[in-house]
Write a protein that binds this ligand. Sequence first.
Ligand SMILES: Nc1ncnc2c1ncn2[C@@H]1O[C@H](COP(=O)(O)OP(=O)(O)OP(=O)(O)O)[C@@H](O)[C@H]1O
Length: 922
Amino acid sequence: MGSPTPNPIRFADVNSGNNGIASLSAPENGDSGAKVVGRVENGVADTDQAHEDSPYSGNTLVVEDRPSVGDEDLVSAAAPLPSVSKSNIEHRWSDITSYTTKKKVQSWFQLPNGNWELARIVKTAGSESVISLPDGKVLKVNSDSLIPANPDILDGVDDLMQLSYLNEPSVLFDLQYRYNRDMIYTKAGPVLVAINPFKKVPLYGNNYIEAYKNKSIESPHVYAIADTAIREMTQDEVNQSIIISGESGAGKTETAKIAMQYLAALGGGSGIEYEILKTNPILEAFGNAKTLRNDNSSRFGKLIEIHFSETGKISGAKIQTFLLEKVVLVTPFFIVLCHLSRVVQCAEGERSYHIFYQLCAGAPQKLNLKDVNEYKYLNQSNCYAISGVDDAEQFHIVKEALDIVHVSEEDQESVFAMLAAVLWLGNISFNMIDNENHVEAVADESLINVAQLIGCETVDLNLALSTRKMRVGHDNIIQKLTLSQAIDTRDALAKSIYACLFEWLVEQINKSLAVGKRRTGRSISILDIYGFESFGRNSFEQFCINYANERLQQHFNRHLFKLEQEEYIQDGIDWAKVDFDDNQDCLNLFEKKPLGLLSLLDEESTFPNGTDITFANKLKQHLNSNPCFRGEREKAFTVSHFAGEVTYDTTGFLEKNRDLLHLDSIQLLSLCLCHLPQIFASNMLNQSEKTVVGPLHKAGGADSQKLSVATNFKSQLFQLMQRLESTTPHFIRCIKPNNLQSPGSYEQGLVLQQLRCCGVLEVVRISRSGFPSRMSHQKFARRYGFLLLENVASQDPLSVSVAILHQFNILPEMYQVGYTKLFFRTGQIGILEDTRNHTLHGILRVQSCFRGHQAQRHFKELQRGIATLQSFVRGEKARQEFAVLLQRHRAAVVIQKWIKGRNVKKTFKKINDASIVIQSGK
Ligand SMILES: Nc1ncnc2c1ncn2[C@@H]1O[C@H](COP(=O)(O)OP(=O)(O)OP(=O)(O)O)[C@@H](O)[C@H]1O
């Protein structure tokens, strides 16, 4: 757990000698260290959005939608690689061999900062390899520290199962590759992985809903999951569930809303879908708060069951909530796992539930409310506002939503009065009245306001806060409280009022959404539940949450196993060879009676002298031999969960588990004139009566007793699991890419930790232990048939497929031949794929040589032809020119002849004339 530890490896500068090769010593623990992947390219974004109703949804950027990268011809194909990592989790699903180094394929190498870098293997000698990194560094490393990377063609595949090498860095890289291109959804076999973009991405809205409905888009999406759920519900007549998990801020609530949006769009028409969507602002106002991890953190888990009519239209819905932190009240369909300490105190930089701030900003006049910083319950954390959120505006949205779910104006006024009473309760202070530290409440405006708001006398309120009725034998005595007891009582009252109010509101919402008369029993449930938690200090809350996750994980494992099994049986193959790791041992550690964690906790909680230390000792005494348990020093113990080891500090376990209700406070509420406090009191009394016969019942005790928190939690969890068991589940795992809630940043260590915690890597592992790669006979024959040495053109695809398997000596235990498909163990297709690629490369080379040769010959012929042609042309041209010249020459000669003749004639005539003159003697 936790972030990965960097390797203790040394980097040397390439130029600092050693032949330009930096030497690395392998990490001593054999762990290849931290995680990650490079190749970051920025995405962009814009959208019409699914999130308009959440003001907490972060910044908006302009983004282009890009198609998903995928090759339908790609298959899962990994070489048979042994594990390099000695770390527990790595070891279980790594598959690395010397294959990588032998073939000099590109590999992942872990840098000292924990990130993974793509490395090219330059040379391998013995157990060492020389690699070159993208930044030009050349390093000598232990070959075992290299993990094979996938060929480029597999970059960004939309199902992790398509990766040839299913190792952690490859999974991380694939998710990062897609995340950088705003493709936030990726499949991991049957599971959808959703990475929180922390910005609006153009993947939602009516056009997308239409496209998924018409199947014109196939890339992974919450819409696709919701669509499958609707289809399977209608076709198989089986209820469906969409189970969304992830850590705080990972995007569960947004994902649940996106799924609801799709269901509402497809099953809408009656108008009830609008009401269902409008429950979100109410639940968020009362159940969400700003925490350091998320500005809009749901402090409760919820199950929304959406019912459908025969015609596929939504006919109603029912909401169950699971508030975080401790069970206060339990009804058949309602777990309030809520310590609600946030109502009375919250950490620096965090806020209490949104509704308090919204009320102060939106309706101060009506209830004569002061500024938020005037209320002690709100001003201890120095945090009043959330950037980009207008609390007054939100208040109006909540009021509007309350109208829509038919909470009357009068009831709304009462709700706000209860909230104001909680705020004023925090301002009640106490005065010392004797020297035994006994106190009574100061009769100031706070006391008067609370009394007025809940409808009781100030004297009664004072008595309820500063005294406690005790029953000793048959006598009732009144005990005065000390300052700390009075403060505890006041805070407990505030928390109870808030918890009851939340419960009452959910009840009203459920009444309004009540399943229509024409009930078919068909439903789709969306479970938005807190994921596995492991912090520096883990307390009772993490204990309950992780126990719940352990149960959900078992549900998840079994379902996946079942799916695999069904496919194998359908195709008639021997599925008994699939290994399957169950987390039953860990669940036994929690649930076993009488020596399980929960039973021992309950037992110790019943002892008046039981303390957190005696509880821790008891655990160590009885459970030390359990392989899933380890006693730690002092009050701590460690549990080996499916997602890793978690060390719990037992401080506060007993007190939180006992969760006593004070009868005085309940009686006060029952005597109030206002109707809500009366309802709250009767609910609490009913509850305590129902559970009074539990193991914690103390005969004659003064306090109302009930089942322990852990026991209640367990029984509610069983109910929830029973409900989920009867549905076909669809899993969505939300991942938070960074802790800064900032778009574009992808912290590999953080992502890896979550992938492990939410079992995504485990899905991959489970699938790998079966026959994860599968291909139809036709496709297999088409893809690899050309590799066969003999001519198989006339044979059927199955015979061709078998011939291929024989030719490549694939061991019988590595594949199964089904009726329609071939099933392969991990890595087998990789070998074929490699041969196919090499052969294709070879063919390409031969083709290119042949084509080159042909082209050369053709070129030479052309050249010769051109030379001949040129010589003809030139000769003809010369001849023509010569002819012209000759003609001219001849013409010149003729001209010359004539000129010369004429000249001679002229001369002759002159001489002749002269001769005649001379002869005549004149
Ligand atoms: N698909 C999404 N598109 C855009 N923004 C998202 C998306 N999913 C989550 N976000 C952002 O992340 C924030 C936290 O998400 P969300 O409240 O759903 O987390 P969560 O897992 O329910 O946390 P918590 O357990 O604390 O309630 C949202 O307020 C929103 O800004």
